[in-house]
Write a protein that binds this ligand. Structure first.
Ligand code: FES
Length: 179
């Protein structure tokens, strides 16, 4: 059977057609084949969240996804979240509230936060709340809830306090920043 195919990926609203080996991850296709290097490679094993992108609006770690399996999905990377020159509200909040130090994990943090806020707004419980209170629906987006929903994204600098502040601000859970 063939070990490579020509596939078309829809990324940030644009179609990209490329031949890929079937073992190529979405992460390597983005970074090495399409020069979309905003998506970062940390562990390459699904454990750090640096490679988080949105697939049909839902978060996924691109290092555990084969590129061929992303065909037909709408892929959004950090390069595609702003609206022209206007930053996405999550990007703006990370800037305003210093939600980063070295910045390496930031694209993944931001894509993950966009997905997390959307999942919460859509009424999807977090992993923890689903187990604890199956019928109660999602709780308010407290700091604990944000920490839980963002727990797949590691920050080696330990900027977590500011990251939670930024996610809360972007989600409208804070009116005026630090509280
Ligand atoms: Fe994909 Fe770490 S690089 S989760």
């Amino acid at each position: 059977s063939p070990t490579s195919s020509v596939i078309t990926l829809r990324i940030n609203g644009e179609a990209h057609t490329l031949p890929v080996d079937h073992r190529t991850t979405l992460l390597d296709a983005l970074r090495e084949r399409l020069d979309l290097t905003g998506t970062k490679k940390g562990c390459d094993q699904g454990q750090c969240g640096a490679c988080t992108v949105l697939l049909d609006g839902r978060r996924t770690v691109a290092c555990l996804q084969f590129a061929v399996a992303a065909e037909g999905r709408e892929i959004t990377t950090i390069e595609g979240v702003a609206d022209g020159d206007r930053l996405h509200p999550v990007q703006q909040a990370f800037l305003d509230l210093d939600g980063f130090q070295c910045g390496y994990c930031t694209p993944g943090q931001i894509c993950s936060a966009i997905g997390a806020i959307e999942e919460h707004a859509a009424g999807l419980p977090s992993a923890v709340t689903r187990d604890i209170r199956p019928e109660a629906g999602p709780p308010p987006l407290t700091d604990d809830e944000i920490r839980e929903r963002m727990s797949g994204n590691l920050c080696r600098c330990g900027a977590y306090v500011s990251i939670v502040e930024a996610v809360a601000r972007a989600a409208g859970a804070r009116q005026d920043g630090r509280s």
